[in-house]
Design a protein around this ligand. Structure first.
Ligand SMILES: *[C@@H]1O[C@H](CO)[C@@H](O)[C@H](O)[C@H]1NC(C)=O
Ligand SMILES: *[C@@H]1O[C@H](CO)[C@@H](O)[C@H](O)[C@H]1NC(C)=O
Ligand SMILES: *[C@@H]1O[C@H](CO)[C@@H](O)[C@H](O)[C@H]1NC(C)=O
Ligand SMILES: *[C@@H]1O[C@H](CO)[C@@H](O)[C@H](O)[C@H]1NC(C)=O
Ligand SMILES: *[C@H]1O[C@H](CO)[C@@H](O)[C@H](O)[C@H]1NC(C)=O
Length: 521
């Protein structure tokens, strides 16, 4: 066939194939918005990416680099060496020190995220979903789904706003679910090579079940655990699982409710439902646990807390020390806000050591939330470092996954009905039908694309003190992945020694994030 083609065409076909084979990747279309680094612009026909990753044969390694200077998952291959270079820092992989196994990484399909994704053309929507969920993209496997409205909604609602409906006869999903979130979740699922791990969290109960008769502000469930309001609230969760199952969407896990401490604060400005740890314990033991056990979804995991690490280990002690509650619970869900003021060791570390049979899972994080550093910052590398620093710290303290907040926001960091605007790894500009992949998108990618479910953290031993931050894993197929963050401003040469294969020479440029990976057989 090829012989009968005109020579020019043969050359063209050859060149095209060569380029695809060599790089397998699309370059970032970089745009600067005046912050310390750039975003990558994507549209309906083009988006950067490295494609699906296959590791080179034994004796070689792959490296992927992102940096403040503008690299975005830049691929490189090299040869594993038999001997040490003898200079600089050495990080030794210690495979017999085994820790937790990874569940996955992802983000949240809020009403705001769904609105933003659907504000793009069909082609750009597909690009965006592929970027997150396909194996050519960054391989997200976890999606947190708010049950009814939260601050990232355009109106206040629950699924059962008819007063005194204790049987939940009026329970019905919202147009936001049926027209936006569910179709997008189905598309995400069809792009994903594996079943997605869906995670449900409720912000508030219907007003008529609450002490304050409102969705916002300081309020808890009326009555006591075991009473009719608490039973109805547990039943609401089961009804949610049933309704989503009608769309072939089944949940891996649910949390006991978003940020239970918020609903204990006077005049809290958006949807919240207050629980003390004692109330949460008794509600799980007497209502939620038994209801789930008796439902068609008895294997759904239950995660407590769903709030900041500063509440640990105290909250876990109150809830998990109770065998009646503890037997229905699988893990502890943790948000990242105020992580800086609470060392991981005294919160996550201690909780893990007290309750090793329960896993720790990160369920919410975003940049641009603090009063001093608010909203969207297009191209902020400093925020990419905040993500990578926190993920590495969490992984090194037993977390089995890490979930970002809104999958996509608009350029103001919304919509959000209380104007609680924040940042997102994907910012949509609907007018131009483009979306921007922020540096934080690549922070997520350095983990989510490489740490497949079942990857197990192993020890790493540095030859001397270093400011580098790192975490290493053995994947289910035996290959090794190490993620390395350099938050400082000078380059450092180092090598990784995997006694199973040899020495991997590398260097971490200033302000960079690096994933190294290699086969061991
Ligand atoms: C999409 O972006 C690519 C790369 O910048 C550009 O060549 C192409 O014209 C754009 N397509 C549309 C539909 O704007
Ligand atoms: C590696 O070190 C050994 C001695 O430990 C030496 O015999 C060998 O030549 C070295 N190989 C290379 C490629 O330098
Ligand atoms: C339901 O979803 C699963 C993946 O989670 C898929 O394998 C299956 O084909 C779907 N079933 C229907 C009827 O769509
Ligand atoms: C809460 O809101 C009410 C009504 O707007 C107001 O009167 C009260 O001062 C507020 N309380 C606090 C502590 O802000
Ligand atoms: C990059 O960070 C190192 C710390 O090891 C620092 O000394 C150097 O200045 C830059 N590289 C790093 C963090 O290693």
């Amino acid at each position: 066939m090829a012989l009968s083609l005109p020579p020019v065409l043969v050359a063209l076909v050859f060149i095209t194939a060569e380029v695809t084979l060599c790089t397998g990747s699309n370059k970032c279309v970089a745009r600067s918005f005046g912050h310390d680094s750039v975003v990558c612009e994507c549209n309906s026909t083009y988006c950067d990416g490295v494609g699906s990753v296959t590791l080179p044969p034994l004796g070689q390694f792959s490296s992927y680099l992102s940096s403040m200077a503008g690299s975005r998952l830049e691929p490189l291959r090299g040869h594993v060496r038999a001997n040490s270079s003898g200079a600089g820092l050495r990080l030794t992989i210690v495979p017999y020190q085994k820790y937790q196994k990874i569940r996955g990484f992802g983000g949240a399909m809020t009403d705001a995220a769904a609105l933003n994704i659907l504000s793009l053309s069909a082609g750009a929507q597909n690009q965006l979903l592929q970027q997150y969920f396909s194996s050519e993209g960054i391989g997200y496997s976890v999606v947190r789904v708010p049950m009814a409205s939260c601050d990232f909604s355009t109106r206040l609602y629950t699924y059962a706003d008819t007063p005194e409906d204790y049987n939940l006869d009026s329970f019905t999903l919202a147009p936001e679910d049926i027209k936006m979130k569910i179709p997008l979740l189905q598309r995400a699922q069809s792009l994903s090579p594996r079943p997605l791990s869906l995670l449900a969290s409720a912000w508030t109960a219907p007003a008529w079940l609450k002490t304050n008769g409102a969705l916002t502000g300081k309020g808890s469930l009326k009555g006591q655990p075991g009473g009719k309001e608490h039973k109805t609230w547990a039943h609401y969760y089961i009804r949610f699982l049933e309704e989503y199952a009608k769309y072939n969407l089944t949940f891996w896990a649910l949390t006991t409710g978003n940020e239970p401490t918020a609903g204990k604060m006077t005049n809290y400005s958006f949807q919240a439902l207050g629980f003390t740890p004692e109330e949460q314990r008794d509600w799980v033991a007497m209502d939620l646990g038994p209801a789930l056990h008796a439902s068609s979804y008895p294997h759904t995991h239950v995660l407590i807390l769903d709030d900041n690490r500063l509440l640990l280990p105290y909250w876990a002690k109150v809830v998990l020390n109770d065998v009646h509650a503890g037997r229905y619970i699988h893990g502890v869900a943790v948000h990242w806000y105020m992580d800086k003021v609470v060392p991981a060791e005294i919160s996550l570390g201690i909780t893990h050591h007290l309750y090793p049979e329960y896993y720790l899972f990160g369920t919410e994080a975003c940049a641009g939330w603090s009063p001093t550093d608010r909203g969207v910052k297009l191209g902020s590398w400093s925020r990419a470092e905040q993500y990578a620093h926190d993920i590495i710290e969490d992984l090194n303290h037993y977390m089995v996954g890490w979930t970002d907040w809104n999958l996509a926001l608009d350029q103001t960091g919304g919509p959000n009905w209380v104007k609680n605007f924040v940042d997102s790894p994907v910012i949509v500009d609907a007018k131009r039908d483009v979306f921007y992949k922020q540096p934080t998108f690549y922070s997520m990618a350095h983990f989510s694309k490489f740490l497949l479910e079942g990857s197990q953290r192993v020890g790493v031993s540095p030859s001397r003190a270093t400011d580098l931050e790192y975490s290493a894993f053995i994947r289910p197929d035996g290959s090794v992945v190490i993620i390395i963050l350099n938050r400082s401003s000078s380059v450092i040469q180092f090598e990784v020694w995997d006694p199973a294969v040899g020495y991997i020479p590398s260097s971490a440029p200033a302000h960079s994030l690096l994933t190294l990976a290699w086969n061991t057989h």
